[in-house]
Structures are given as structure tokens and as C-alpha cells.
Design a protein around this ligand. Structure first.
Ligand SMILES: NC(=O)c1ccc[n+]([C@@H]2O[C@H](COP(=O)([O-])OP(=O)(O)OC[C@H]3O[C@@H](n4cnc5c(N)ncnc54)[C@H](O)[C@@H]3O)[C@@H](O)[C@H]2O)c1
Length: 432
């Protein structure tokens, strides 16, 4: 066991290096700095490094004033220079793990970072991978790269763990500190060191038996979510056929004190996790000539929702003889975030463009969106009369003033039940 590193963690003398300063890495590095550690944040995106060095936050959950305070009162620096790894005791990897064009895991970012780390002497260091990966990836991909350039022994000379990130952007109640952190090591000693590390920033750390168990925990959580969203999206479609209001039914069902957990339908899946992570598990299963029926089915339902929304919109337009034009209200993948990655609004826009249906959009966080070769700019919802133009609420940002917005429309298709408490104005509201 590396008692020296344990002491350094206990005394907050360990130097922490976080690689990848996006939605996950930036809050994590600030968190370690606030806890009293010396932190170096590394990113290859020079624009992000410049912003951070100018104390400007590019993440909606982190106010620039908060960032300024942390930088002023703590020991933290940001750079794209990997030589900072030399003096670090702990290296945490938070780079993207998206899907490639063929919808297979793109592990090129974690491979590139592991190769960068392997250029340095990693003896006595603890390396933690936080990027979401398939079960086995830490051991099968990262460990061989770190081991290949030296004869250092894992668990003795250096340490490697996987700890999934559970941050939920836009959510204020649960943060890094009060959300339990899961960690698993390649060896038992690695796991113990990982537990010590995350105890410094998290109130509760759950150590599992291996990196594989930690990797699978993350995939179970997000597959559970994707499958349940698939189920409720299907229920929404069925309720429409039965002439029932799914939202009323969810409200009633969730009064059951046990055995039911509410999930809500919507225009599709979005973000960097729920649409992507189950595919990582599916891919791994394919390598074993196996499959997950739940993942396949929920993907089929969830990814068909943008077209379902368009079909419903066409129906509303036709029944009411509206203009063949749509106004998309909200474009980010969920409310109150500035992230359009995998957003269902983008899928809807792409499908509308393919089907030659004219549209405009508004989002307070995103001022332009490229669809094919065309650039769309966010157009104000105020001061414009969208008479006989169908407005589709795709993202229900808290900053939207529904009373004002509905004054400008006479027809709205609400895919988020954002207008559930809305009374007044002469507007026809259609629900998902
Ligand atoms: N965003 C979320 O809500 C969320 C939640 C849980 C888990 N995760 C997982 O966390 C990981 C990171 O996600 P994110 O949302 O923070 O991504 P992000 O795209 O916001 O940030 C990743 C950062 O890594 C940087 N980067 C890429 N290659 C690099 C390299 N070779 N060296 C240094 N920096 C490099 C990028 O410039 C970027 O700033 C992913 O695996 C994701 O699945 C994300």
C-alpha cells in the first residue's frame, strides 16, 4: 500500500491534475481546489484555457464570479501543458467518450490521454478514469498503455481506478459533495487509494470490487434511465391513441408510496450520457455475441420520438389549417443548460429540414445552430405575433415566461407539459 500517497491525501499535500476541463473536469478541479489541494487543470482546447485564465466560465452551472473566487483564494492553475503531470500525485481523466459515425464507442480521447500520461514517470501516482466506458475498458485499454513503457507494477508501483461521474448538469440539489461517489480499483490497494481520494471531496464513497464493477454501475444507472424513458414515451403514444392524458396518469401513479418511480415522456433523448452510455454496454455485449433486448427496444422508441413529434405537429397544422411553418421553443437537450449535444431539438430541426418544412427557433442559451449547410439564429419570442404558426415547446427553460409567450401564439404543441399550470390567454394547447 502506498502510505506516502495516503498521507499526502490526508494532509492535502497531494497534487491533483485533472485532464479535460469540460462539464465534468472543471467542477471536479474546482472541488479539489476548494478542499485545499493544489490543482492543475489541463485541456487541449486553448480557448477554454484562455477563458479560465481570464476567470471566465463557459459552463452554465458555474458562475464566473464563483470561478473568480475559487481561483483567487485557492491553489489552482489551468494550462494545455502536460508537463504539469511530472509533479502530480493524482491524475484524473475527464475527456469525452462519444460514439463515432457508426454509433460505436469512440475511445480515441481516453487513448490519447493515456498515451500522453505514459510519456511521464507514473511511479507512485494514482490515476483515475472518470469518462464513461464499457465494462473492462480501464483494464483492457488504459492499463496496457500505462504499463507498456515501463516495468512498473500495478497496485505496487502505480495505481489505477475507475470512478464514474454522476453530475447532473442544471440540477442544483445534488452536487459532487452530496452525491455518493463509486470507485473500483484494478487491485484492492488501488481501490483503497481511490476511496481515500474521493473521500476528500465527497461525503460518501462506495468502493466496489473492481474497475469493471464501477464501469458497469454507471452503465446500469443510465440504461435504467433510458429504458424507463423508453417505456414512458411508449405509454405517452399509447395514451394518445386511447384519448388519455399521460401527464395526468403519471401524476396519479406517482402518489403510490412504493414500487413506482415517475419518469416523463418528451421529444427524445439528449445530452452526452443517456443516448450514448447504453450503446457502450450494447457494443461490449456484441463483442461477446450477446445483446440487451431492453437497450434495443428503448433506443428504438426513444430515437423515434423526434419524428413522432413532427408527425403530431403536421396533424395539428392540418386539422387547424395553420401555416406550414413551425417555431421551436427551446433547443438545448434539457432545461437550464447551455448544451445542445445530442439534443432532440437538433434531430427535430434536421428532420424538418430534410422534409422541407420551414422553421425558426428560440433558445436563451444558444444563439446559432447549424443544420446541414444552413445557419439558424435564435429569433425572439417576444414582440412577434405567431398567429397560425404552431409553436413547439421542446425545452422548458425556467426563464421562459409562459404567460408572455402564449400571448404571441394561438397554437402550441407542448412536449414537456410546461403549460400544466397555465390558465389564461386564448391559446390552443396540444400535449404530447
Ligand atoms: N456531461 C455530463 O453530464 C456527464 C455526466 C456523467 C459522465 N460524463 C462523462 O464524463 C466524460 C466527460 O464529459 P464532459 O461532458 O465533461 O465532456 P466535455 O466535452 O464537456 O469536456 C471534455 C473536455 O476534454 C477536453 N479534451 C479532449 N481531448 C483531450 C486531451 N487529449 N487532452 C486534454 N483535454 C482533452 C476537451 O477539450 C473538453 O474540454 C465523458 O465520458 C462523459 O460521458 C458526462
Amino acid at each position: 500500500m502506498n502510505n506516502k500517497l495516503i498521507n499526502k491525501l490526508n494532509n492535502k499535500k497531494a497534487k491533483i491534475c485533472v485532464i479535460g476541463l469540460g462539464y465534468i473536469g472543471l467542477p471536479l478541479s474546482l472541488s479539489f481546489a476548494i478542499s485545499g489541494f493544489k490543482v492543475s487543470g489541463i485541456d487541449i482546447d486553448q480557448t477554454k484555457i484562455n477563458d479560465l485564465n481570464n476567470k471566465i466560465s463557459y459552463i452554465s452551472d458555474i458562475e464566473s464570479t464563483f470561478l473568480q473566487n475559487v481561483i483567487q483564494s485557492n491553489n489552482i492553475d489551468f494550462s494545455s501543458d502536460f508537463s504539469r503531470l511530472t509533479s502530480s500525485d493524482v491524475i484524473i481523466i475527464c475527456v469525452p467518450t462519444p460514439l463515432n459515425k457508426t454509433k460505436d464507442p469512440d475511445i480515441s480521447y481516453i487513448v490519447a490521454v493515456a498515451e500522453e500520461i505514459a510519456k511521464f514517470d507514473i511511479s507512485n501516482k494514482l490515476i483515475s478514469l472518470e469518462s464513461t466506458v464499457y465494462p473492462g475498458a480501464t483494464e483492457e485499454i488504459i492499463l496496457p498503455i500505462l504499463s507498456k513503457k515501463s516495468d512498473l507494477k500495478i497496485g505496487k508501483d502505480f495505481n489505477l481506478v475507475f470512478s464514474p461521474e454522476r453530475i447532473d448538469p442544471g440540477q442544483k440539489e445534488w452536487d459532487l459533495k452530496n452525491t455518493p461517489k463509486v470507485v473500483g480499483g484494478i487491485t484492492e490497494d488501488c481501490g483503497i487509494l481511490g476511496e481515500k481520494l474521493y473521500n476528500c471531496v465527497s461525503e460518501k464513497v462506495i468502493k466496489v470490487s473492481s474497475t469493471r464493477a464501477a464501469e458497469m454501475t454507471k452503465l446500469l444507472e443510465n440504461t435504467f434511465r433510458a429504458a424507463n424513458i423508453g417505456l414512458i414515451n411508449e405509454m405517452a403514444i399509447l395514451c394518445k391513441q386511447l384519448n388519455l392524458d399521460i401527464w395526468e396518469i403519471i401524476e396519479a401513479a406517482k402518489t403510490k408510496p412504493y414500487g413506482y418511480m415517475p419518469f416523463y415522456p418528451g421529444p427524445g433523448l439528449g445530452g452526452h450520457c443517456i443516448p450514448v452510455d447504453p450503446r457502450y454496454l450494447e457494443w461490449k455485449l456484441e463483442t461477446l455475441n450477446s445483446e440487451s433486448k431492453y437497450i434495443k427496444l428503448s433506443e428504438e422508441i426513444n430515437f423515434s420520438m423526434p419524428q413522432y413529434v413532427i408527425d403530431r405537429a403536421k396533424e395539428i397544422i392540418s386539422i387547424n389549417n395553420l401555416k406550414n411553418e413551425l417555431k421551436i421553443i427551446g433547443a438545448t437537450y434539457k432545461k437550464d443548460v447551455s448544451d445542445i449535444r445530442e439534443s432532440p431539438a437538433i434531430d427535430i430541426m434536421q428532420l424538418l429540414s430534410d422534409q422541407k418544412i420551414p422553421f425558426t427557433y428560440h433558445d436563451p442559451y444558444i444563439n446559432k445552430i447549424e443544420i446541414g449547410s444552413k445557419t439558424y439564429y435564435s429569433e425572439s419570442l417576444e414582440d412577434t405575433n405567431y398567429n397560425n404558426v404552431l409553436g413547439i415547446i421542446v425545452t422548458d427553460h425556467s426563464s421562459y415566461n409562459w404567460a408572455e409567450i402564449t400571448q404571441n401564439f394561438n397554437f402550441i404543441f407542448d412536449t414537456r407539459n410546461a403549460l400544466r399550470n397555465f390558465v389564461g390567454n386564448d391559446v390552443n394547447i396540444y400535449k404530447l
